[in-house]
Every structure is written in structure tokens, then in C-alpha cells.
Design a protein around this ligand. Sequence first.
Ligand code: AMP
Length: 478
Amino acid sequence: MTASFSNLSLAEPLARAVAEMGYESMTPIQAEAIPVVLTGKDVMGAAQTGTGKTAAFSLPLLQRLLKHENASTSPARHPVRALVLLPTRELAIQVAQQVKLYAKYTNLRSAVVFGGMDMKPQTLELKRGVEVLVATPGRLLDHIEAKNAVLNQVEYVVLDEADRMLDIGFLPDLQRILSFLPKQRTTLLFSATFSPEIKRLANSYLNDPVTIEVARSNEAASTVEQHFYSVNDDDKRRALHQIVRQRGLNQAFVFVNSKLGCARLARSLEREGLKTTALHGDKSQDERLKALESFKKGEVDLLVATDVAARGLDIKDVPAVFNFDVPFNAEDYIHRVGRTGRAGASGLAVTFVSGSDGRLMADLEKLLKKKIELEAIEYEEDKPRGRINDGRRAWREAGELGDPRDALDVAPPPEQAPRPQREFRAPAASRDPFFDQPYQAPASDAAPAWEAGARPSTRISANIKPNKRKVAALFKPE
Ligand code: AMP
């Protein structure tokens, strides 16, 4: 049964805004959360990005704030009544945009504040008075300290992407912000996953919350086709090219674990002819917004991003997500994969697993509560010549046309035969210890390898089995 917005008795200005958005029915999180938030109870919601959770909390909050609605120009008549906290600037902008759309036929004002930008325009907006303030924690504290934001009349606070806020280390900032708020208030906490830390946060700040879990929290959307390929580090780029070509992908997100890796990979892919942009925390706010815009407009094919920079971005219809690196935090897999297959569309999620990812893969299996099948990629240049085309001819033609690396379907000349393998590259016949040894968990209280600066264990879960599925090759090696 699909729940309709008309069952909610939303006030006319809100119902009109929703109708204008073209939403036909409520998403599951909306159907569950909106009626609860309308009662004023605290909520602990598990929902992935892309599930419509912004409307799930903003619509009922706006409805409850309508009693304060007024057309006065006096700032005093527009104190902050609802505070929405988010971990990243991009996400804050996105949520603020949505809140503005839902509130457009009301006199309720909203604003967004985030770091990396001049405080002055934000200050002016705050001084004019806003009922709904969307913010990232650090910048909000700056405004509180500068007395630009007064929060003593806040009735609702939303901690969105709470797990991410904790990951980023925002807990002390959150605690400080919450200390400025009235004790009598409604608190809504949304998180893709309910880790023990999130539960602790909820226990400290939520009052007898209603728990809403629309899908199992640690589960990627079922509409996403997920593949895990065994690829050694040096081959990841050509594997990426090959899959992009083979699948005819026009756009994709490519996730990496480090800012440096992000910038490097984006540069390499750009050199190799893919229109690519990078999104990471070292980019200026302006650059990040530009990168995002150009991807949204379809001016670039690939958006290479780190987890922090990409968290929660509302970019719909991304046909594919590549995990160029297996995420350090298994929960980030859910967030990354959440970029594709949104709102019921089908999507593709490809993860490249190298020989050193055993520990991370074991974490992921634990989170997903399932065995992960590792597939092999067979590269065209590794196949006997002439099977798909005349590799020698193609190579010569490519060489005559320019940089042979730009050519497709070409086999290397004899002197450029495939590199010796330094790491495992799958096939079933392998007797590589990578598959033969069972995964051994590290001592439970040991620091994760990446934190200790060590390479993660080279062992991989005994559950991870290679299979012989082959992917046609369309890309030539460097
Ligand atoms: P969110 O999870 O809040 O980031 O929302 C993801 C996207 O889904 C946004 O672009 C919303 O505009 C869209 N959306 C939210 N609710 C609905 C709905 N009931 N029907 C269709 N799309 C929706």
C-alpha cells in the first residue's frame, strides 16, 4: 500500500509545495516518521540517504511551526525555532534548499550557515531572523559565540547523518550546541546506521524516542547490483575504464579513501580522457560547489570523491558507484552505494578489492551480514590475441593515430606484455594464500591498521570466494 500525502492533513501551503514537487506518494520513512513527528515526540530514525528523510522531518516540523508564522519584519518575531545540524556543507546546502521549497508558501523563514565562507552574509541573514536554521556544527558555534545566533527559543533540533557527525569528530561541538538549547524540546536523530556510539548519543539527548527503521539499517538498497572485483592496485584504473566502457556508463561516482588519492586519481583519469572532477575536503568551498554543479549538469563523467565530501549529496540517477578503495569504515559502503539506485531506480555498485583489503572486507561482511563473492576481471590484453579482434592490428592502428593508451580493444605489443602480478589477481585455479587462508580477526582491542599507520592485514575472509565471471575488456593497459 502506498501512503499518500493527502492522508496527512498537511496545512494548505505545505500540501501545495509538496504537490508542486511532484511527489505522488510518501516514501517509507515519510509514511512512518511524519505522523510521529507531528505528535512532537522524539525520534530515532534509521534511514539511508536518498530515502526522502529530509521531507520526513521538515514537513512535520514546518507544520508544527506554522503557529508561529507571521509576516512581521521585526527580527524579534522570527527567532530560531528549529535547528537542523548536518556534517557537511554540501549536505547543509541541499537540506536548506529542500526546506525552502517546502516552506515557500508560508511566512516561515529559513537559512543555512556553514564553514569555509565569509561569515558576514550569514550574519546578516541571521540578524534578520529565521525560524529554521540549517547548519554545520563548527560554523554554528562561531555564530553562537559572535552572538549572531540565539538558540534559547529552539523547540526542535534535528541531528541528521548523526553517525557521520560522530565520525568527523563533531561530538564535542554537538554537545556544546545542545547545551545552548532549551531542555524542553523535541530532538530527532537520523542516521544511516545505529552504531553503539549513536545509541549512546541517543540515550544522552533523546527523551523516550520512537525508533523508526524502514529498512534494515545496515543494508544497501536492494535495487543496486553489487559487484566486488579482485583487482590489484596497479590495475584499478584500467578496470574502471573497462567497466565504464562495457556498461556504457555516462556518469559515475568514484570513491577513494584519501584526499591525496582523490586528487591524484582525478588527474590521471582526466589525462586518460574521462571528464573528471574531484570533490574532497582540501578544495575550497567554491571549488566544491563548482565540481558538484558541473557533475549535476552532466559536464563531467566522473566525480571522484572522498566520503566526507560526498556524504549525503543529493545527486539522483547516478548510474554507478565505484569503490576504487574499499572504505575504511564499513558503514561508508552503505553511504557510497546509496548514491546509486535512489528512489527505486536500479544502480550499479562496483568495489575493487585488492590483496591488502582482507580486514576491511571482513568488516564489510560483518556489517552486511552476508558472504561477499569476489569476481575476477579478465582484461582484454591478458586474453589470447584475436579472440575478440585482431589485437595486433588494433595496436598498430592506435599507434598510428596517436597515444596508444587512448585506444580501445587493443592488445599490447609483445614487449609490453602484461605486467608481472605483484598481488593476487583472482582466478579460481589460484592457489594463492589470499584465498586459501581463513581470515583471522585482529585482536579485538587493537587499533585499526589504518589508524596505526600500518598496512591492513593481507588476509581475506574465508567467506570471500573468487568466481570465474569474466568481464569483456575494452581498455588497454598503460
Ligand atoms: P533525501 O533522502 O531527503 O535526500 O531525498 C532524496 C530525494 O528524494 C530528494 O531529491 C527529494 O526531493 C526526493 N523525494 C523526497 N520525498 C519524495 C517523495 N515522496 N516522492 C518522490 N521523491 C521524493
